[in-house]
Design a protein around this ligand. Structure first.
Ligand code: ADP
Ligand code: MG
Length: 422
């Protein structure tokens, strides 16, 4: 005891100094931390103010992470026309909407053609540290919110129009796939307008060259909704899908209207689109639960022989596929029907891809009504397909967006795949 206290006495002055030093150091450190925190807070406030001025009131930390990621991201490659592609898979990101901004949602998708990256907002286990997880996908084309429908059309749908205009009986199909609200209908209706002018311009040129082309253009437009097939150009008349003895699938009773110029064509298409969207204003939007198929047929005016067919398909919202928990029995049945058709669609396009010459691999087109009515698009030796996966930029849609991109990625047999990083 004594020895101890002696020792303590001897050491006291030095001990006090050490303690004081330690306390001072602790305080200095605390002060530095306080200052750093204040600076960070100020920086966040400045950043938030800047974002606000840019019309961007969302989470300042996540926005900051996305912005820094973008600083190091590669610049986009220019699009190149790939008319030789039998299957073209592309992605389109729409701009963020004012409604999303109002809800303080933020843009969490970066498009650097041919890549698209999803920045998912995450929290570390401490519950406060925010970070982003980045998943990149590569497609034939990726279109950003700054590229208009013309640009997208030029690289994805124009090759299809050219293909059917060859007059060899080609079957071309363009699908818009994605979550409700991601821009499927916006994109498809833009494409319909461009097809209208291009087809007649091209046919006119041809007519000029060989005096009197014998091609007539006809349009049919129908919808698949909960197992029903309805004619959008004939008062939603119910149609039957039949497979005849020769294995050809016929939509019995489907009206086909002739169009002699772009304006005729657009009148028909508008009527069909209106017939769909009157339903969309009802409490339960049916347009998000139906597939709309607009077909443009080129026929010989003399024999009626099919010289080419372009199907523009506005698919049901892909989120319905996973919505199987609904309390409403009808909704559940519809959802599982949609799920079935979207899965069948993927398998049919994959089969088309794995076939050097179509018709060899098994094409499971009978697995759903959607793939059944499009049978010739998957089994014809002359088939070409484009899939446009539309995505919403908002962070609250990240999970749906990832599902859409994974689906689109798996449609092709020979894919590049997904790269993740945090
Ligand atoms: P979906 O058919 O997939 O449910 P919509 O095509 O109806 O989605 O688009 C949802 C909303 O976003 C609409 O108001 C539409 O005008 C708008 N929108 C979609 N894509 C774009 C785009 N590329 N540029 C501008 N607005 C868009
Ligand atoms: Mg729609």
């Amino acid at each position: 005891n004594r020895r101890l206290s002696v020792n303590n006495d001897q050491n006291r002055p030095q001990g006090i100094d050490k303690t004081r030093q330690a306390v001072e150091q602790l305080e200095a450190e605390r002060e530095a931390r306080r200052r750093a925190m204040q600076n960070r807070k100020k920086a966040r406030e400045v950043a938030a103010q800047k974002n606000l001025e840019k019309g961007n009131p969302g989470d300042v930390d996540f926005i900051g992470h996305v912005e820094s990621w973008r600083l190091t991201s590669p610049s986009p490659s220019p699009h190149s026309l790939s008319s030789a592609l039998k299957i073209c898979i592309c992605v389109r990101k729409r701009p963020i909407s004012s409604k999303e901004i109002k809800k303080k949602d933020h843009d969490s998708i970066t498009v650097t053609n041919p890549l698209v990256t999803v920045h998912s907002a995450k929290l570390k286990v401490d519950g406060i540290t925010k970070y982003i997880e980045n998943n990149s996908f590569k497609f034939d084309h990726s279109f950003s919110e700054f590229e208009d429908t013309h640009e997208l059309y030029k690289y994805t749908t124009w090759p299809l129009v050219e293909f059917i205009l060859e007059g060899k009986g080609g079957r071309a199909t363009a699908f818009a796939y994605g979550q409700t609200g991601s821009g499927k209908t916006y994109t498809m209706s833009g494409i319909q307008k461009m097809v209208a002018t291009d087809i007649f311009t091209k046919l006119g040129e041809e007519e000029g060259r060989c005096k009197g082309s014998d091609t007539v253009v006809t349009v049919s437009f129908f919808e698949l909704y909960g197992g029903r097939c309805q004619d959008l150009l004939n008062e939603r008349c119910r149609l039957k899908i039949l497979e005849d003895g020769k294995g050809e699938v016929v939509v019995q009773g489907l009206e086909e209207y002739q169009a002699s110029n772009p304006s005729d064509f657009l009148t028909l298409v508008d009527a069909g689109n209106r017939n769909r969207t009157t339903h969309a204003t009802e409490a339960n939007d049916t347009s998000s639960r139906s597939h709309a198929i607009c077909q443009i047929l080129l026929r010989s005016s003399e024999t009626g022989r099919l010289k080419g067919k372009l199907s523009l398909v506005d698919l049901a919202g892909s989120e319905r596929g996973s919505d199987t928990k609904s309390h409403n029995r009808q909704r559940r049945t519809e959802s599982s029907e949609i799920n079935k058709s979207l899965l069948a669609l993927k398998e049919c396009i994959r089969a088309l891809d794995s076939n050097g010459t179509a018709g060899k691999a098994h094409v499971p087109y009978r697995a759903s009504k959607l793939t059944l009515v499009l049978k010739d698009c998957f089994t014809s030796a002359l088939a070409k397909t484009t899939m446009i996966a539309t995505v919403s930029p908002s962070s609250s849609s990240c999970d749906h967006t990832l599902n859409t991109l994974r689906y689109a990625d798996r449609v092709k047999e020979k894919k590049v795949g997904e790269i993740s990083s945090a």
